[in-house]
Design a protein around this ligand. Structure first.
Ligand SMILES: [Zn+2]
Length: 272
């Protein structure tokens, strides 16, 4: 399997000299296996991926964790949506309020000049009503579990042959206000995962000011990865303020004997 990061940043795009290395675009990850592609989230990182996909006519599959801006805002700039009859399937996570068409409704003329009804691709929004186990999407086995995040949403794991990749973003592991999945349930869901992409937006120092915001600290992501006996943890959804220098320092200081810790980096591909 192959994982490529097109957007690694949480909350808001953050271009600038302090984010050149790890990237400034918001959430978008491509997982490839068995000649199939699954795109997780449609933050601003999906624009570049759309440029790459424009030269083929294969169907596109996007799986959304939830509808917050940093997970859908790149879609109006996604070239395949403007290609005649291009098939685009969008799996939309259950949120509250339920807004399965939010990714299209953001194109409403007052906020974007092209209304979604003018998109010439064949766009099919598939509402996911709950967490699920072992759903086949493009021949890949996908399971999901509810994230601890304001307005809800889903985390996913994708397995192919003997490898498993998990995409867990916008998740406050020890949430009090939005607890849908407790620590033990996370451990159960993630045990056996080879490559864990997990929200690590804050530091432990910042965390007390961010309780209830629906994100975890770097140390909390590590705590969960250790409990689930993960071998490779990818820190994801970097805070907009987090500089390349800070991330480099965390990564250097934190390596553990049996857990490899990597900061997600825009443009980087990992073989799993
Ligand atoms: Zn969110």
């Amino acid at each position: 399997m192959k994982v490529t990061f097109y957007g690694t940043r949480g909350s808001i795009p953050t271009p600038g000299e302090t984010t050149v290395k790890y990237g400034g675009n918001t959430a978008c990850v491509l997982i490839e296996a068995n000649n199939q592609k699954l795109i997780f989230d449609a933050g601003t990182g999906i624009k570049k991926l759309g440029e790459e996909l424009a030269s083929s006519n294969e169907p596109v599959t996007i799986i959304l964790s939830h509808n917050h801006w940093d997970h859908i805002q790149g879609f109006p700039f996604f070239i395949p949506a403007y290609q005649n009859n291009r098939q685009i399937n969008i799996y939309s996570a259950p949120t509250h309020p339920i807004e399965h068409n939010a990714i299209l409704e953001q194109m409403d003329m007052s906020t974007f000049p092209v209304p979604s009804k003018d998109l010439t691709a064949n766009i099919n929004v598939i509402p996911l009503m709950n967490e699920f186990e072992n759903m086949m999407i493009n021949g890949l086995c996908v399971s999901s579990i509810k994230i601890n995040h304001p307005n809800g949403g889903l985390a996913y794991k994708v397995s192919h042959q003997s490898k498993v990749i998990a995409y867990v973003t916008d998740n406050e592991i020890h949430s009090k206000d939005n607890l849908n999945t407790d620590f033990d349930s996370w451990v159960a869901f993630l045990t056996g995962v080879d490559f864990l992409i997990h929200d690590a937006q804050y530091t432990d120092l910042e965390m007390p000011l961010k309780l209830g915001w629906g994100h975890s600290s770097i140390d909390q992501a590590i705590e969960l990865a250790k409990a689930a006996k993960i071998k490779i943890l990818i820190l994801y959804s970097h805070a907009p303020e987090r500089t390349d220098k800070e991330l480099d320092k965390y990564i250097n200081d934190m390596q553990l004997e049996d857990l490899q810790i990597i900061a997600s980096q825009e443009g980087k591909t990992h073989e799993v």
